[in-house]
Design a protein around this ligand. Structure first.
Ligand code: APR
Length: 250
């Protein structure tokens, strides 16, 4: 039986399925991963995304944040892997997407139940009064951007190193790990805690694990029951074919 047929059987025999995604699912949308040969952390210093550094040197941190997450990410579109997860949700075969990504591509692909473990880059929040702005409302040519209400520093509404995970998202993700029969891991190293603790928790509670990645990850030997070594789009298209579910064109 092909690996895709095996994956399809696992999906068909699961009552509650969660997809757990990382930067790898967005690489074919043109967004580089953080780690790996041409990863963002090989070009930029992750310290720029440390919350204390950002607050101390916003004039240094913000221009790089703008370059990476707004000038570059801003034009990315969902790819077939994002769309496949949205179709599976519509078919009642995936209940939740837990993503570490901040690129909003799951929502743009049509997924509704999306838990953003590291927040979302579409909104900026005032570090003083918590005023919230959609990025389109803010002139990012003025660096760093400040709050129109109180003059406080605006910060992207995603989780910086040294910041806590949004409490509601964390709790709901743990709950899905406790209740799901199957986790589909797509494009993640499994290196960043506490996000990386969610799949092992699911495994410990009896979930089966399908992993789609171009390379083995921290999960592959430890918890993955089925490892599909493929790009995210190839893996998800193969799964949809094996399930006999057509994937609508872009
Ligand atoms: N298809 C599938 N997987 C891919 C592809 C692809 N086309 N390209 C790369 N990958 C895999 C890599 O093999 C790697 O396992 O995606 C993963 C990317 O790893 P990271 O860049 O570390 O991404 P992620 O695991 O999501 O990082 C977690 O780290 O810096 C923080 O907050 C950031 O959310 C991020 C977190």
């Amino acid at each position: 039986m092909s690996i895709y047929k095996k994956a399809a059987e696992m999906v068909k025999h699961s009552g509650r399925i969660t997809a757990f995604t990382g930067a790898g699912i967005s690489v074919e949308s043109g967004i580089p991963p953080f780690r790996g040969d041409d990863g963002l952390w090989s070009k930029y210093d992750p310290a720029l995304l440390d919350i204390n550094y950002f607050r101390a040197y916003p004039e240094k941190s913000w221009p790089v944040i703008k370059e990476i997450f707004y000038d570059f990410f801003g034009k990315a579109k969902p790819n077939a892997a994002h769309r496949a997860l949205a179709v599976l949700e519509k078919n009642g075969m995936v209940q939740t997407v837990i993503t570490q990504n901040i690129d909003n591509l799951h929502q743009e692909a049509g997924s509704k139940e999306v838990y953003e473990f590291h927040g979302n880059s579409q909104y900026l929040i005032c570090d003083s009064c918590a005023g919230r702005y959609h990025v389109s409302e803010v002139n990012l040519d003025e660096m760093p951007p400040y709050c129109r209400q109180c003059g406080g520093l605006l910060k992207p509404d995603f989780v910086f190193f040294g910041e806590a995970i949004p409490q509601g998202v964390y709790a709901r993700s743990v709950r899905e790990a406790q209740l799901s029969d199957l986790f589909i891991l797509i494009g993640t190293t499994g290196e960043v805690v506490p996000a990386s603790m969610i799949p092992p928790l699911a495994k410990s509670r009896g979930a089966s694990i399908i992993e789609i990645n171009i390379d083995p990850s921290n999960y592959t030997e430890r918890i993955s029951d089925l490892f599909i070594q493929a790009k995210a789009t190839e893996g998800m298209i193969g799964l949809m074919d094996a399930l006999g579910i057509p994937l609508p064109p872009e």
